[in-house]
Design a protein around this ligand. Structure first.
Ligand code: 0X9
Ligand code: ZN
Length: 402
């Protein structure tokens, strides 16, 4: 036919195992991108499937009948995400837009240059395609024996709100200090805004839906390792796959990828000072903690639960958004090889993965107008949890010391 269909996102809820199997088939035979769950292995009865369908893939009606088309205008949304303030009428600030990789590197330099006493860039490694992995170290105090927290963003390339949050966070911390002096007097903050720069670049140039890094495999058709399956935490067991064509490919061995190895090396080197680890993802609005690689409970499960519960409560009060919370394996799915579980086992006992907005309305194509809200919600969670970590780890001052 001569019709040109535009890209769409479908929401489908399979009712029976038979329908689950049909869906698994569809997603493996056609050129589609699964948004949720990330791999067909996670599909089950009664669980929503969010499926990105490029326009040319189907003869429409027959395939779509009975499915809910949630985003009929994907191309428009992508354009909105990449327009990037070129509209002169736009009043949004730098932090309320998505930025291409080069602009993020410029921003890193500028931020360090403009705040020479408090912000330093640290080269923690380089990506497969030899792009530098820069973290910022924020220190606002010179108190000896300071502790630290680590935040990384952009492990998964298509989750654009994640790097946007890291930028937002650095900006917030270096401009509105008063509100969080307590935290910053006690903790330095390491922020890695784009842990997967090759993948991020690729989402801007070639495929908006790319998730993994860009390392080639022995199969020339299949590129990329899921960096959040590449850490040494029950590596490549149920919830990851040993196939390079899969979206949840675990890599050839633990830390086989330069991006995950760089972060693991840095955390190993600084494990005595780093008390809090946070990894930022999207989407689905969840505050997760270990374990995801096993259904067993972490040693301080109740502490971690209490922290995310309080964070979710505050988000609900301030922003009227609902976040689910709990141990990863029980809240979403078994997923081994993740950075949070690995950091936890290294000894960083306060370790979290946040899944930011939204819950599927726009998915990865969250419009720029929603960046501010999404980031403020996550910021609320970071602040709440960091304060609690301080409470729990710092010996109460004896009256004599005050
Ligand atoms: O599956 C993941 O890696 C994360 N979800 S996402 O949709 N952003 O891909 C969840 C990570 C939870 N933590 C671990 N699996 N360790
Ligand atoms: Zn992710």
């Amino acid at each position: 036919t001569l019709f040109q269909f535009s890209d769409q996102v479908l929401i489908i809820t399979p009712e029976t195992q038979e329908q689950v199997d049909i869906l698994k088939n569809v997603t493996s035979q056609y050129e589609t991108a699964l948004w949720q769950p990330v791999s067909p292995v996670y599909m089950k009865e009664q669980a929503e499937v969010h499926l990105f369908v490029p326009g040319e893939s189907f003869e429409t009606e027959q395939v779509y009948s009975g499915f809910r088309v949630s985003l009929p205008n994907v191309n428009e949304l992508i354009e909105m995400q990449t327009m990037n303030g070129t509209d002169p009428r736009s009043t949004s600030t730098f932090y309320e837009r998505y930025h291409r990789l080069e602009d993020i590197y410029d921003w890193l330099n500028r931020t360090a240059h403009d705040n020479p006493r408090t912000v330093k860039t640290i080269l923690v490694g380089s990506s497969h395609e030899k792009r530098p992995l820069y973290a910022l170290k924020l220190s606002f105090s010179d108190r000896p024996n300071r502790k630290a927290m680590w935040i990384d963003c952009g492990i998964h390339a298509r989750e654009w709100i994640s790097p946007a949050f890291c930028l937002w966070f650095v900006h917030h911390v270096s401009t509105v200090k008063v509100e969080i002096t307590d935290i910053l007097n006690n903790m330095d903050v390491y922020v890695l805004p784009v842990m997967n720069p090759d993948g991020y670049k690729y989402t801007w140039t070639t495929n908006r839906m790319w998730r993994k890094n860009r390392a080639p495999s022995h199969n020339p058709k299949c590129v990329g390792v899921d960096l959040n399956r590449n850490f040494d935490a029950n590596w490549c067991t149920e919830g990851a796959l040993p196939y390079p064509c899969s979206e949840i490919y675990c890599g050839a061995f633990p830390e086989s990828e330069p991006e995950s190895r760089a972060v693991a090396d840095f955390l190993r080197e600084h494990k005595d000072s780093i008390q809090l680890y946070i990894s930022i993802h999207s989407y689905s609005q969840m505050l997760l903690f270990p374990y995801s690689c096993t259904v067993e409970e972490a040693g301080n499960h109740n502490d971690l639960l209490e922290m995310v519960q309080e964070a979710a409560r505050k988000i609900r009060t301030f922003y009227r958004s609902t976040y689910k919370y709990g141990a990863g394996a029980k809240t979403i799915y078994l997923a081994p090889g993740g950075s949070d579980d690995w950091a936890y086992d290294l000894g960083i006992k306060y370790s979290f993965t946040f899944e930011l907005q939204d819950r599927g309305e726009y998915g990865f194509l969250l419009p720029p107008s929603r960046i501010g809200n999404a980031c403020n919600e996550a910021l609320t969670a970071v602040k709440t949890i960091a304060l609690k970590v301080m409470e729990k780890t710092q010996a109460p001052k004896s009256p004599a010391a005050v």
